[in-house]
Design a protein around this ligand. Structure first.
Ligand SMILES: C[S@@+](CC[C@H](N)C(=O)[O-])C[C@H]1O[C@@H](n2cnc3c(N)ncnc32)[C@H](O)[C@@H]1O
Length: 212
């Protein structure tokens, strides 16, 4: 394959997105090659790590899960591999959702902008929500957790997988600390490990919380 024929890489430019229009345009271009670039070539480990965290914290196979920012569905596939079948998904990008639909792992899929609540879903209907790779610059802001908690049942699990870059610089730990001190969540685990295994230095966190 010549350089001209190779699909363009979109990973590096994802870190410079600044608003929803840029993010939508970015993922519209990336939808076709995302799975190959991130899932295969770069060795994306967060979907599996997040799904395993739900199993470790005792989430039952019949649990109803919302995969928030589901993208092309790599995070839904990981949930399915972990034994879950009752999964909905939502995302900002219609093109990414199209790819997720083709994977046939989600019951309901819908478009949403997490930074502009409300999400089109009723209060307290999910046993767990997953946010894998969606808290990032130009993506979803930490305050979106308030709206995500609305969708969770009491004692429901919230698992978030994010890279070090946003964890360290995006105001994320401060939001978690505030929710803990307000008595809204308890943190069950914080695990550090691979984000993209084949990219040097690409590590990240999987944080699992329980809604109080
Ligand atoms: C890196 S991808 C992760 C997709 C999937 N969870 C995975 O692990 O492969 C980030 C996703 O977040 C979505 N996203 C970005 N900003 C968003 C927002 N404000 N509301 C909802 N989804 C958003 C993007 O469209 C994209 O599909």
């Amino acid at each position: 394959m010549t350089d001209k024929e190779k699909p363009q890489e979109h990973f590096a430019s994802a870190y410079s997105l600044q608003n929803a229009d840029q993010t939508k345009a970015h993922y519209a271009l990336w939808a076709n090659s995302y799975d190959q670039e991130i899932g295969t070539d770069k060795g994306y480990r967060q979907p599996q790590r997040c799904a395993e965290a739900l199993v470790q914290h005792g989430l039952k196979p019949e649990a109803k899960i919302l995969d928030i920012g589901c993208g092309t569905g790599l995070s839904g596939i990981a949930l399915q591999h972990a034994g879950y079948k009752n999964i909905d998904g939502c995302d900002l990008s219609a093109e990414m959702l199209e790819k997720a639909k083709a994977k046939q792992v989600y019951k309901r899929l819908f478009e949403t902008n997490l930074n502009e609540p409300p999400i089109d879903a009723e209060d307290a209907i999910y046993d767990a929500t997953t946010c894998v790779g969606v808290f990032s610059f130009g993506h979803v802001e930490p305050n979106a957790i308030d709206e995500i908690l609305r969708l969770l049942k009491s004692n429901g699990l919230l698992v978030i997988g994010l890279n070090d870059h946003y964890y360290n610089e995006g105001g994320f730990p401060a939001k978690l600390d505030a929710l803990v001190s307000e008595g809204k969540i308890e943190i069950l685990s914080r695990d550090h490990g691979f984000h993209l295994e084949n990219v040097e230095g690409s590590t990240g966190w999987v944080i699992t919380s329980r809604k109080k």
